[in-house]
Design a protein around this ligand. Structure first.
Ligand SMILES: NC(=O)C1=CN([C@@H]2O[C@H](COP(=O)(O)OP(=O)(O)OC[C@H]3O[C@@H](n4cnc5c(N)ncnc54)[C@H](OP(=O)(O)O)[C@@H]3O)[C@@H](O)[C@H]2O)C=CC1
Ligand SMILES: O=C(CO)COP(=O)(O)O
Length: 334
């Protein structure tokens, strides 16, 4: 196998879009998916019919099925699987990953059993000295793959590593910022999915534009409260990986989380709504984890708490709205 710049693990919509972006930037890219039959199809059709049917693969993008061989010759590994599969993927690749290979991910979520941020999961396997980074921001896969103007953030403990990855992704359509706030960037990404479900529910109930704006603004406040308590920087939550992604997913129906909330408000059951969307809905898992984290840190997150109660079947959407509106009055800024 020849050396390649990136091995992308996860052949869903976002993994495929990032692989296409990197390959269009003339980098050598391998895309691996866990379903061997699907991977074969990708290579034969030179397109991901299941998740991103409109974009064909550039020549320098190859779908491959031999993960172990690919790990030995990739400069960077980019993980883009749902958060529920992240720990399993990291555990699988860690023993085989050469010392010099960098690792990054674009997964948005928390480790499902422990509520850890994903860099904590990665550090358990790779130690603290390995270069690691996370890609986030307001980035619908379809728009990135269509070369529509997009801005994103790459965060790494070592700014030089974030910079080196940003240079691979940047092009005339894609502006990439860097950050050293891995905690803030990851927490913002996981928590905004829960607020997007709330916005979807509110819009499904036809509660109006004022409600949506209130949910976004107060949602940001509670995300910030938890994020700062965990060690994130306040400014990060006002940036692309915070407010940017929150606004995107709360206001546009490309968001699976928003559509999921909308479907619940229309009376669909949780399982049916997930089945209809047929892609990962990260907020459906993150709600419980975020609320658990908030409780551990004694942080109030009223919107996320109500979303979690609705998802646990412990209250209806109507009761959740009532619960939020009947909270004790308080100053806006504490
Ligand atoms: N789509 C987007 O616009 C964006 C998504 N993200 C984030 O990226 C992550 C991936 O999302 P996305 O690509 O959209 O999801 P999709 O639902 O489009 O695809 C998920 C992919 O992951 C695969 N998968 C599931 N389990 C495993 C596993 N154990 N090992 C390897 N692959 C697995 C699925 O395979 P199969 O088809 O066989 O089930 C599928 O190919 C999520 O955390 C999401 O929040 C971030 C920014 C933008
Ligand atoms: O994170 C995303 C865009 O930045 C995608 O959001 P959804 O998972 O809600 O579709």
């Amino acid at each position: 196998m020849q050396e390649c710049d990136f091995l992308v693990i996860g052949a869903g919509s976002w993994g495929t879009a990032l692989a296409i972006l990197l390959a269009r930037n003339s980098h050598q890219v391998w895309l691996w998916g866990h379903d061997a039959a699907h991977t074969k199809e990708l290579q034969q059709q030179r397109c991901n019919q299941r998740y991103l049917p409109e974009q064909s693969f550039p020549e320098s993008l190859q779908a491959i099925d031999d993960l172990e061989a690919a790990l030995k010759c990739a400069k960077h590994v980019l993980i883009v699987v749902p958060s529920g599969a992240f720990a399993e993927v990291v555990a699988r690749i860690a023993p085989q990953l050469p010392e010099a290979t960098g690792i990054c991910w674009a997964t948005k979520g928390l480790e499902q059993r422990t509520q850890q941020l994903l860099h904590q999961v990665a550090q358990q396997h790779f130690g603290k000295n390995k270069p690691m980074a996370v890609i986030s921001g307001p980035t619908f896969a379809g728009e990135v793959a269509a070369d529509l103007p997009t801005a994103m953030t790459i965060a790494a403990d070592q700014l030089e590593y974030a910079e080196s990855l940003a240079a691979y992704l940047r092009n005339a359509h894609c502006r990439v910022y860097t950050s050293t706030d891995m905690i803030g960037v990851q927490l913002g990404a996981a928590a905004k999915n829960v607020i997007a479900i709330a916005a979807g529910i509110a819009d499904g109930m036809k509660l109006g534009a004022n409600t949506r704006a209130a949910l976004i603004t107060r949602g940001l406040t509670e995300i910030m409260r938890l994020g700062v308590a965990l060690g994130g920087q306040r400014e990060t939550f006002m940036g692309l990986a915070g407010l940017g992604d929150l606004v995107l997913t709360c206001t546009d129906n490309q968001s699976r989380n928003r559509r999921f909330g909308y479907a619940l408000a229309q009376g669909e059951g949780i399982q049916q709504a997930q089945q209809d969307i047929a892609q990962v809905v990260e907020g459906a898992h993150a709600a419980k984890q975020i609320v658990t984290l908030a409780q551990q840190h004694h942080i109030e997150m009223p919107i996320s708490e109500q979303v979690n109660l609705v998802l646990q079947g412990q209250c209806t959407a109507q009761q959740a709205v009532h619960n939020l509106l009947s909270r004790d009055p308080k100053p806006e800024i504490e």
